[in-house]
Design a protein around this ligand. Sequence first.
Ligand SMILES: [Zn+2]
Length: 503
Amino acid sequence: MNVTNQRPRIAVGRLYHESNRLNPLPATADQFEIQRGEAVFQCAGSTLGGIIRYLRETDVEILPLISVSAPPSGLVDHAFYEAILRELTDRIAASRPDAIILDLHGAAASTQIADLEGDLLAKLRQHVGPSVPIGIGLDLHAHLTDAMLENTQICIACKENPHSDVVECGMRAAELTLQVLRGDLRPVVVRARVPMILPGAGETASGPLGEIHDKARAFAAGATDIVDISIYNVFRYADDYNIGQVVTVMTDGTVSRASEVAKDLAWAFWDNRERFIDDLFEIPAAFEIVRSQPANRPYVMADMGDRILAGAPGDSTVLLAEVLDSFPELRGALTVTDPASVKHAEDAGLGATVTLDVGGQISPGLSSRRITGRVVHLSEGEYTLAGPFHGGEASSLGSAAVVLVEERVFVLLTTKPAFSHDPAVFTSQGIDLKSLDFVVVKSGYHFTMNFKGIATPLLVSTPGVGYYRKGIFRYDKSRFWPEHDIDLKDIEIKSFGGRSVSA
Ligand SMILES: [Zn+2]
């Protein structure tokens, strides 16, 4: 450590993307929001926001690197990733920080590499050498790899789904990284992995996952030598040898009980595996609830199969077709990713009546839907997320058009997949949610935070690459329950760290 006589210089940045290999469209440069320099500080509702908030309360100099984020989608274009990596290492070379703290999702993959964050961290480590502490705050849906743990001193996840504690996660990652820098913490991480995914019930406030988190909190509360317990519910759309639920227990120095705690929590996943199922409504039943129970309107219907928040393209028209064909009295709004239809609507102009075959062009197995309606709104699609999840952040739909069909269904056509878990996607395009019976979002969990108090949630079983069902996706490498028959005899344990970071 070379910071005895001056304020520590801490570099901060973000690379936030969840990459779904089943989405055929790569995530290209134009889909990402990129901030550089001081603009990196405008992200209060994120893990990066928490990192910055903590550092601002301490006596350090903050060096903003770069913030790169996009809604979940297909694999990241590899050339774009390489350009970002180059910029990141150039900025680090120029600023020579004493420590680096990053907000990473942990389930990003490029068109060439499966573990993007692991690759990035290995290259940063190579670049700065062993003496510069690297801390990261991850999403709890990270696919945690050896490379991420081997190349960081601090690696923790947020604890809540929906992610209401990302700011706290960032603050904690910053606090622990500074402890490492000062030589006050010598982190050792024990990792346990169970070869299973959660087919459903991924919320942390209730159900089996809630019980596992309660147990983890009790372990941490009862042991001062446990610094952090993070629980990772692996992203279901990766195909890797090591896919599985992961528990990490971080201690200060080696603590023999850490393995026991990690194993105990890992077994809790396995023993409760049959309980991880979602309570979803079939499509007609969901609309029937909207129709017959007006007191709870508007409803916010989660299109589970086309969840952009799980990397699906957002181009499904399955719910659109149902409401147009079978529920003529209902008023609602939904998004459809369809750049060509946006262009047609723009060419026709505001107020024009258009007939378009919308959506169904990207998602395998889905089809388009013909609509006729009036173009009631056109825009460049720039807006600010209302939050709380990522609240205050700039986001973009690309060019966008709203077509009002039968004077009752607002079809919001977007060029890019929309963060539709946030009401601002609709309100920014002139759609008044209070006047509607339902809104369709392409999110399974986070919308319950951002629509809280505005609408009643309904999870709907729909087709698409955003929702796992046994046997419908191809896995060439991974072996996990429930996709495969697994005879689990023991839990795999591995230990990381324990070395001093002093040069
Ligand atoms: Zn997540």
